[in-house]
Design a protein around this ligand. Structure first.
Ligand code: B12
Ligand code: SF4
Length: 506
């Protein structure tokens, strides 16, 4: 068959969100599987394809209180102009005055955002599919923030190329496939959970049911990711979502699933138990990355420090042997940052080829510390892990964390404590940066169940990312959460530098 995986263009909030993206590992692995079976497979990411990242069209999107649907008006300004004015105001105005001017939550109760469409327009995607005689298209919908772009593209393909089968999947759909199909009846199939064992039958049209359950699959089910399929996709070097080492890098997961069940995270659902790749596959994959010219691996594993002696430390050995550099973007578990793990990472930076550039070590709210400062409570409880952060920095590893604003249990006081604790960690040399993230109630998580009713507007899809706010809490209004994001960037600027990939205000 002749099929395509198509990630649609991005629709981002031009004021509050830094545009970030990268290879979607799930679709890349499914594309590799079908390619290995002799299918012709096209891998398109329309946010970067054909110079897409530079193509940004702006509009003002308004959502009225009590009314469903969005209203959009074209904005005759460039991304550069909007960014320049925003940054001028950001430096000149107080946090409160900045939010008065730029809040998405208006006095009349509407939600209003400047939206940038980043990537190539839908008509060019349709033309590509037509020209290449594509028979079936897979559209990922992992992040809810991509809902409008993904459903608009899928519906348009069905309208203009009705013979093309449209198959969708990803974490957003897995959270509620029944609702998704009800709202989008044109779709041919959706995956509930993993599609690695079902994608072939869905794309080939061998199934009748719309919702195709795939469970949570172990790493054995996944092939080696074939990077030749991604070669012409248009991804940038350095990446837009990670420490800019300047090297040619690729996102990868050597394991997935987690043993913790954080209330805000989809990866922590009880059925998603940790599964780690076998060594033969890991070696084949790393050899293939090297052969394709990749110099740095961006690890996205959910629980990279699970069984560190048997997995993480030998994995470092395999990467070092090949002179590969690496960073961790998926999150290193602070509690498990033992002396042994720290020593292995420090030893990586021994001057021989291959370097560990950066580690993201989140101090997230955990069970039991929800009503406290995460940075304060975690670093007090795990004093040894804290000291290891300093050691890692001495080995020239860039160590960053995040500070979550607007978690359901946060109060103004605990947020102030979190800012103070994060600041002290930076000043005392434990961290390079703490970047602010606006808490998000993601479908399928316990936060969604507990606080989903506080999402200001149900059609505010652009609010489902970690930088723009979409909700109130019992203690904080949406505006106060937005203001907290601005305050932290402003008030910490004397002790840290936040980069463009970490925040919209750089
Ligand atoms: C790597 C990663 C990233 C990377 C790159 C991802 C990318 N290019 O989009 C970066 C750092 C850039 C990133 C960004 C974001 N991410 Co992210 N990310 C992940 C992470 C850690 C791994 C995803 C992965 O590759 N998994 C491995 C593969 C094998 O599994 P999979 O993706 O689940 O794919 C399987 C199924 O879902 C299904 N499937 C997936 N796609 C498709 C497509 C089709 C056609 C079909 C049929 C099936 C199907 O089948 C696959 C194979 O079995 C996940 C957490 C996780 N554990 O999955 C979060 C996750 C996907 N991200 C999440 C979020 C919120 C974001 C951001 C919005 C954060 C932000 N910036 O504000 C952005 C969105 C970017 C964007 N606009 O697309 C959420 C999404 C939840 C939600 N409902 O929104 C997740 C689930 C983490 C969480 N917090 O719970 N992310
Ligand atoms: S946030 Fe991290 S530690 Fe928590 S469940 Fe998700 S992957 Fe696991």
């Amino acid at each position: 068959m002749n099929v395509a995986f198509v990630s649609p263009l991005r629709q981002v909030d031009a004021i509050h969100e830094p545009p970030r993206g990268g290879v979607q590992i799930g679709p890349a692995l499914m594309a590799s599987l079908l390619f290995n079976k002799g299918w012709k497979v096209h891998f398109l990411d329309e946010s970067v394809h054909n110079g897409g990242w530079q193509r940004r069209e702006l509009c003002v999107r308004t959502l009225w209180p009590g009314q469903r649907g969005i209203h959009e008006e074209a904005l005759n300004r460039t991304w550069g102009e909007v960014h320049e004015e925003k940054m001028y105001d950001f430096h000149k105005l107080s946090s409160t005055d900045f939010i008065k001017k730029y809040s998405a939550f208006r006095e009349d109760g509407s939600v209003q955002r400047i939206i940038a469409r980043i990537g190539i327009p839908e008509e060019e995607t349709i033309e590509y599919l037509r020209r290449h005689h594509i028979e079936a298209v897979g559209i990922p919908l992992a992040a809810s923030a991509n809902y409008l772009a993904a459903t608009s593209l899928g519906a348009r393909i069905k309208r203009e190329l009705p013979h093309v089968r449209v198959v969708m999947g990803g974490q957003h759909i897995t959270a509620d496939p029944v609702k998704f199909v009800r709202d989008n009846p044109w779709v041919d199939h959706v995956a509930e959970g993993d599609a690695i064992t079902t994608i072939e039958a869905m794309m080939a049209g061998r199934l009748k049911d719309k919702i195709v359950p795939g469970g949570f699959q172990k790493m054995e089910a996944y092939p080696v990711m074939n990077c030749d399929l991604l070669a012409d996709a248009g991804y940038s070097t350095p990446p837009t979502h990670n420490f800019p080492s300047g090297l040619k890098s690729i996102d990868w997961m050597a394991s997935r699933g987690c043993y913790r069940h954080c209330e805000f995270c989809f990866a922590g659902r009880p059925e998603q138990k940790v599964t780690q790749s076998g060594w033969d596959k890991i070696r084949q994959q790393l050899d293939h990355f090297v052969a394709c010219g990749y110099q740095e691996i961006v690890l996205q594993d959910d629980a990279i420090l699970s069984r560190p002696k048997e997995f993480f430390i030998p994995l470092l050995g395999e990467m070092k042997q090949r002179g590969l550099s690496w960073s961790d973007n998926g999150g290193v578990e602070f509690e498990s940052l033992s002396d042994e793990v720290t020593a292995a990472i420090m030893a990586y930076n021994d001057g021989r080829p291959g370097k560990c550039f950066s580690l993201y070590v989140p101090f997230n709210p955990r069970q039991g510390n929800e009503k406290q400062s995460s940075a304060g409570s975690m670093t007090t409880k795990y004093e040894n892990s804290k000291e290891n952060l300093k050691k890692l920095r001495s080995a020239k590893v860039y160590v960053l964390t995040s500070i979550m604003v607007g978690t359901p249990d946060q109060t103004h006081e605990t947020f102030a404590e979190d800012m103070a604790a994060s600041r002290k960690l930076i000043v005392d040399g434990y961290l390079d940066t703490a970047l602010p993230l606006s808490a998000t109630m993601l479908p399928g998580t316990r936060w969604f169940e507990r606080n989903g009713h506080n999402i200001v507007h149900p059609d505010d899809w652009a609010g489902y990312n970690l930088f723009s706010t979409h909700h109130n809490t019992n203690d904080m209004t949406a505006r106060k959460i937005e203001e907290g994001m601005i305050r932290w960037v402003k008030e910490s600027s004397d002790v840290q530098t936040i980069e463009a990939w970490q925040c919209a205000f750089a």
